[in-house]
Write a protein that binds this ligand. Structure first.
Ligand code: GLU
Length: 374
């Protein structure tokens, strides 16, 4: 079944880890970039559409600036990213040009995708580039990304990009062979898991802490990316990019790493965006009647079913809905601020009208702006 996904998929997001394309002591690995560009160029010629998410800017910048170690200070990381990013893209451009392929650079922050207009603009640009046969090369816009607007690591960014471009497959090219039953460094006889049909607690526990100096996430963020892509209905393949032609082989139906199956998502793209791209600014706790109305009958959320409100948010902000046990089961865009909800929670429409003077919205979250999460 997953062989079929691999042989037939058209649009593929490929995340390339820092350690594959750069080393903090030796700078960019130009031979590696050139080999990957040859392989990707051939896939592009065979009618696949590739979108690359490449790390390596910071590491490339570190070596070019002559810094001894990976800097801990954020401004220094950002400076290194600024220096390294242009070198990184220049290396890709030169390598792809050898086989006649064009590339484009796209730098994004989480904030770009959390704004629906900017999300749609980025989507249109990427789709247009793909129609033109150009290979987009995406990275986080590290120079401006402070904590609250950053993805944090490129595995997470790649999971979101898979949704942004409606990919058929997400591939993470790393320096590990895939997910193992145990840490292969500690236990050399540990077995590789070729297929993960669902990400259980056990699978999450296998991630361990496989951080290398050059990659931010290790296996933990790879599993998170698989989970995220899976919710968007996109399967993920984790491959070792050090193996020549690992991706080409996989797309011929002979994958060497770990394939993570995806869920069938019944949500529209906009509702997926509400549920899995936006970060909630607060929580609304509902009584059992309201939970049933939302989950079983697809209704909007009214103030009368609200037990409690947490966080600071304004009209239009994303909020999470929880049961009274605190289990989050939906995410939506609120019509009211946290402050107003504190005043109107548990109240009927007529009382709200009296309290607020006028009833701007009957619904706290309209069902069109509400997505149930698994
Ligand atoms: N954006 C960072 C860079 O290009 C990498 C982040 C990551 O590897 O997760 O250096």
């Amino acid at each position: 079944m997953h062989q079929q996904v691999l042989t037939t998929c058209k649009r593929v997001v490929v995340k390339i880890g820092s350690s594959l394309v750069a080393s903090s002591t030796g700078g960019l690995r130009l031979d590696r970039i050139s080999r990957l560009a040859d392989e990707f160029g051939e896939l592009q010629t065979k009618n696949r559409q590739l979108v690359l998410v490449s790390s390596g800017a910071i590491v490339a910048g570190i070596s070019h600036l002559g810094l001894k170690t990976y800097p801990q200070e954020v401004p220094l990381q950002q400076a290194a990213a600024a220096v390294g990013q242009s070198r990184l893209v220049r290396a890709y451009e030169t390598a792809f040009e050898a086989s006649g392929h064009k590339v484009a650079q796209i730098l994004l922050t989480h904030q770009d995708l959390a704004d629906r207009r900017r999300f749609l603009n980025a989507r249109h640009t990427l789709t247009t580039l793909l129609q033109l046969g150009v290979i987009p090369i995406i990275n986080e816009n590290d120079t401006v990304a402070v904590d609250e607007i950053r993805f944090g690591d490129n595995d997470t960014l790649a999971g979101q990009i898979a949704h942004l471009v409606d990919a058929d497959l997400l591939v993470i090219l790393s320096d590990v062979n895939g997910l193992y039953e145990a840490d292969p460094h500690l236990n050399p006889s540990a077995q590789l898991i070729p297929l993960v049909s669902s990400i259980t607690k056990h699978i999450e526990s296998l991630a361990g802490a496989s951080r290398t100096q050059a990659s931010r996430g290790g296996m933990v963020t790879k599993i998170l990316a698989a989970k995220q892509a899976g919710r968007f209905g996109v399967p993920m393949l984790l491959l070792n990019g050090e193996t020549p032609n690992a991706l080409g082989q996989a797309l011929e139906g002979n994958p060497s790493g770990t394939f993570f199956a995806s869920n069938q998502s019944s949500l529209t793209n906009r509702k997926q965006w509400i549920a899995f791209t936006l970060r909630p600014k607060g929580e609304i706790m509902l009584d059992e009647g309201a939970v049933a109305a939302l989950v079983m009958r697809g209704k909007s959320l009214l103030a009368s079913g609200i037990l409690n409100v947490n966080g600071t948010f304004l009209p239009g902000d994303p909020v999470s809905c929880t049961t009274k046990e605190g289990v989050a089961f939906a995410q939506g865009l609120t019509n009211y601020s946290a402050e107003t909800l504190q005043r109107i929670k548990g109240k009927q429409t007529s009382e709200i009208q009296q309290l607020l003077g006028a009833l701007e919205y009957e619904e706290v979250i309209h069902r069109d702006n509400l997505a149930l999460t698994p």
